[in-house]
Design a protein around this ligand. Structure first.
Ligand SMILES: C[S@@+](CC[C@H](N)C(=O)[O-])C[C@H]1O[C@@H](n2cnc3c(N)ncnc32)[C@H](O)[C@@H]1O
Length: 201
């Protein structure tokens, strides 16, 4: 899909993401991934800032990237409510240039579904993170259950058109074939949701 059309699609969803940013189950997962991080943290595809309540605002200095100006406006409101230090960048992550090995940790939640080439983005995350630094993911992808997976494959073209996201990405396959070192994974909701802890190599 054309990038400008995708940005317009996410702009329209920003108010909904802002309203739903405190969803309970997601909140538990976000907290488990993020509460212990500190230093310079890079968050990709930040959306409306749903992760912000789970960072330690005393110890985290966040750089947050998204290509949707409306999502970034919502995220800015969230950051000021929480007094979280955030540098915002409005950019296409697939073309993003950042100094290599400059972040203590890199975070992606519900973002690998959106890129044309998610493996390329994961490898860039590896490069932007200091060696040994934490790279964590909360992602949705194709289920290991045959029936669910087939349904996701059938619905994917419609889902992509409506939401801008792919519903059938092989998240573990992407992470395993990337440069990051996989440390721990958990799967929920019929294997459609992944929590992934990895390290930069
Ligand atoms: C499903 S939302 C997830 C938002 C947030 N990470 C969360 O956990 O709620 C996907 C976000 O990725 C952003 N996005 C998708 N593709 C992108 C790209 N190529 N560059 C920058 N942002 C992108 C969208 O604007 C949207 O804010």
């Amino acid at each position: 899909m054309d990038k400008n059309a995708l940005i317009r699609k996410f702009n329209k969803q920003a108010a909904m993401y802002e309203r739903n940013s405190r969803q309970r189950t997601l909140g538990v997962w976000r907290s488990r991934l993020l509460q212990h991080l500190d230093g310079n943290v890079l968050e990709l595809a930040v959306g409306a800032g749903a992760n912000f309540p789970y960072y330690n605002s005393d110890t985290v200095d966040l750089t947050a990237v998204d290509f949707s100006p409306e999502m970034l406006r919502s995220a800015q409101r969230m950051a000021s409510k929480l007094d979280l230090k955030v540098t915002f960048k409005q950019q296409d992550i697939e073309k993003l240039q950042l100094p290599e090995r400059s972040f203590d940790a890199v975070v992606s939640t519900l973002s690998l579904c959106g890129y044309d080439d998610p493996l390329h983005v994961v490898n860039k995350m590896n490069q932007w993170c200091k060696p040994g630094g934490e790279i964590c993911f909360l992602e949705h992808g194709i289920s290991h259950n045959k029936l669910l997976g087939t349904t996701q494959n059938i619905l994917n073209p419609i889902a992509r058109r409506i939401s801008g996201c792919h519903f059938n990405r092989d998240i573990l396959g992407i992470i395993r074939s990337s440069d990051v070192e996989l440390m721990k994974t958990e799967r929920y909701y019929g294997g459609m949701v992944h929590l992934i802890w990895a390290r930069s190599t």
